[in-house]
Design a protein around this ligand. Structure first.
Ligand code: ATP
Length: 306
């Protein structure tokens, strides 16, 4: 299990991660979804002890990563597949990690097979690997110590659709065996395909979280008023869920008529009222609208579910 509690990370005056709380449960694949610069990597870096929280806490298996007795055997980590040493072969990369962790040599062949890297591929230098092969090698390294928890930053980057399906099956069986998986992505289709639970982050803050099924069926309506905070408060007071989208609208589980009535009763003229189509893509675009940093936009990937 991974628990993140009121985690905030500041760089000077800049708040990269702002009061983020969520839990990644064993037996589940938790997708951490957000546009570029939303704060995903920073959060994951605090989980694996590479960044200190400014306030709040991140724990893995009940302890801070730095306090785990043998983190390499308990948590498999893939943060940046492109950062692997280009001059080593894939096998050498794994053998080094296997020795560091004090594992039997046979484990290298086991993980190579698990990730579908052939013997000839394992003999090639990593600089000659495609990004997809680097991702497989990175996942092999993460799996080496047979950990209970996997933390993967954008692991599907560079994988083709068949590769993404392969990874989904791999992570599914890891989770079905009781493992905890936390993976990030800025691409909806990946998360929609792979994750059981989803945490959406925008501008450093969690904007929605829950099981994929709940999120998909959750927000049915998008309502917009000049005072979005007041609209959200009125909807909540009427017993509905209401999540500000960050661009002045509110995503709510109230139906169209109910949302209209609440706004009317509260004296809040609506400037937009429409059905959200319920897809994760709609949720993602609505909830992260206006929250992209780094000048990037939230792009549904090709083939994103409509
Ligand atoms: N060491 C740092 N110093 C200053 N700012 C930082 C530092 N690390 C990250 N940031 C900023 O914090 C914000 C969040 O970055 P982060 O890498 O966590 O986002 P992300 O969601 O992983 O994005 P991407 O999908 O682009 O990788 C960005 O605006 C980034 O520029």
């Amino acid at each position: 299990m991974i628990q993140i509690a009121a985690l905030t990370k500041r760089y000077g005056d800049f708040i990269a991660v702002d009061d983020v709380s969520f839990t990644a449960e064993p037996g589940r694949v938790t997708g951490f979804l957000g546009p570029n610069g939303a704060g995903k990597s920073t959060t994951l870096r605090t989980v694996v002890g590479l960044a200190e929280p400014t306030t709040g806490r991140a724990t893995v298996l009940g302890r801070r990563y730095a306090d785990l007795p043998n983190p390499g055997l308990e948590v498999g980590v893939l943060l940046d597949a492109s950062a692997q040493h280009g001059g080593r072969t894939g096998r050498e990369t794994l053998v080094l990690a296997q020795r560091t962790l004090g594992l039997p040599r046979t484990r290298v062949d086991e993980v190579l097979e698990l990730v579908g890297l052939t013997r000839p591929e394992a003999r090639r230098r990593v600089r000659d690997y495609s990004l997809g092969m680097r991702q497989r090698l990175g996942i092999a390294t993460a799996l080496l110590g047979d950990p209970a928890v996997l933390v993967l930053d954008e692991p599907a980057n560079g994988l083709d659709p068949a590769g993404i399906r392969w990874m989904r099956d791999l992570l599914r069986s890891f989770a079905d065996g009781g493992g905890t998986v936390l993976l990030s992505s800025h691409l909806l289709a990946e998360i929609e395909m792979i994750a059981d639970d989803i945490v959406m982050i925008g501008n450093g803050r969690v904007v929605a979280s829950g099981s994929k099924a709940t999120l998909l069926s959750g927000a049915t309506t998008l309502a917009r008023a000049d005072d979005a905070d007041a609209l959200g408060a009125a909807l909540r007071a009427a017993g509905h869920d209401a999540t500000p989208t960050g661009d002045g609208a509110v995503a709510t589980d109230a139906g169209l008529a109910a949302a209209g009535r609440v706004a009317f009763a509260a004296g809040l003229p609506l400037t937009e009222l429409r059905a959200a189509d319920g897809s994760l893509e709609e949720m993602f675009l609505a909830l992260t609208a206006g929250t992209q940093r780094d000048g990037a936009t939230a792009q549904p990937t090709t083939g994103a579910a409509a």
